[in-house]
Design a protein around this ligand. Structure first.
Ligand SMILES: *Cc1c(COP(=O)(O)O)cnc(C)c1O
Length: 359
């Protein structure tokens, strides 16, 4: 049997599969998807018009350099073009960072539990994952992460806010951590939920990276900007790292549709951030209500909430689904629910309340 098929890299064996958030049921009662941290709002009007116009050019390859989007980002963040790189979602960019830094024998450090793409893309690179448990408060244990650095460490992910717990690391502790990281180790600040942060003590990675050549920041259009389906994200990093990202990019990976919609979204930012503000308001309402029901909810700065349910996790997820909302369970650990439409959040809260009474 073995000689019948092409030889594949041994690293691929046992790569965990990425579990996409389960879609909402169709045809049944009201069903809402709160399982992938998507934005519940449809694209802004200007965005749709750009997208439709771009659809007229589908016979052509996209602008490989993403010129329009790169110019817009450069201006917005006050960073040179040479410090920017775009990719097929920020997961695509994260994978390129691993390709550029890590291989067999190297180590990649990240908190656990954190974003489920990290173990997958690390294993594919051939490097070894070093998972550092979150603290009891569900926060990155930056001291333990710094202690885990060895001569083999090539890359460290800091997910801020952390998916799936929503917890953050603040300026002073992050600076102290970065001071301990050797200058030849890349620290990736994954800020997929940056726009939802309201805690002034959480630093903006784009400020942190400026005088730290070993820091790269990942941002995405998938969450607050509501373009998850278009697959576009980017990194802000110093020149050698950004150049390595351009080398490792899939040619023409970011479609013209995605590029033009991203530019239009940035230009509609006021309205977009207004929507984000509404979601932040909903977040406070949901967290307060859950705490009022007696749940322990870690402070979240993202567009989701985390409940550590242990053995009850799958039962809770099933109860939510039966009630019409799909959440994201991690069996034996807990569940993450996205802050969605008010109606969806209400169904989630009602289910949580009933479940709590049964405990
Ligand atoms: C959703 C998410 C991303 C974004 O992924 P895209 O590939 O940009 O859609 C990146 N990091 C984290 C932690 C996320 O939760």
């Amino acid at each position: 049997m073995s000689e019948k098929y092409p030889k594949l890299r041994a690293e691929l064996e046992g790569v965990p599969t990425y579990k996409p958030g389960k879609p909402a049921a169709t045809g049944g009662p009201a069903a809402f998807k709160l399982s992938s941290n998507e934005n519940p709002y449809p694209p802004l009007p200007g965005v749709m018009e750009q997208a439709i116009a771009a659809a007229g050019t589908f016979n052509r390859y996209p602008d490989m350099a993403c010129t329009g989007l790169m110019n817009e980002l450069s201006e917005r963040f006050g960073v040179p073009l040479t410090h920017l790189a775009t990719g097929t979602g920020s997961v695509g960019v994260a994978q390129q960072l691993l390709q550029a830094t890590s291989g067999p024998g190297d180590e990649v450090i990240y908190a656990w539990r954190s974003f489920e793409a990290y173990p997958i893309i690390t294993q594919i690179s051939g490097a070894t994952s070093v998972k550092v448990p979150l603290t009891d408060g569900e926060v990155h244990d930056l001291d333990a992460m710094a202690d885990a650095i060895t001569d083999r460490t090539r890359l460290i992910f800091v997910c801020n806010p952390n998916n799936p717990t929503g917890t953050v690391v603040r300026r002073a502790e992050l600076e102290r951590f970065l001071d301990r990281v050797p200058s030849d180790v890349l620290v990736v600040l994954d800020e997929a939920y940056r726009e939802f942060i309201r805690d002034a003590e959480v630093p903006d990675g784009v400020e942190i990276y400026r005088d730290r050549p070993n820091v790269a920041v990942l941002r995405t259009f998938s969450k607050a900007y509501g373009l998850a389906g278009l697959r576009v994200g980017f990194a802000v990093a110093h020149e050698p790292v950004a150049a390595a990202l351009r080398k490792t990019a899939v040619p023409f990976g970011v479609s013209q549709l995605a590029q033009d919609a991203a530019v239009a979204s940035l230009r509609a930012e006021d309205e977009l951030l207004g929507r984000v503000g509404s979601l932040v308001g909903e977040r406070a309402r949901v967290v307060d209500a859950l705490r009022g029901q007696g749940w322990t909810v870690p402070e979240t700065q993202a567009n989701f909430v985390w409940l550590r349910l242990g053995e009850k996790t799958m039962d809770f997820a099933a109860a939510c689904e039966a009630a019409g909302v799909v959440v994201r369970p991690f069996a034996g650990e807990g569940m993450r629910a996205t802050i969605g439409e008010t109606e969806a959040n209400d169904i989630f809260l009602k289910t949580a309340e009933a479940f709590r009474k049964e405990l």
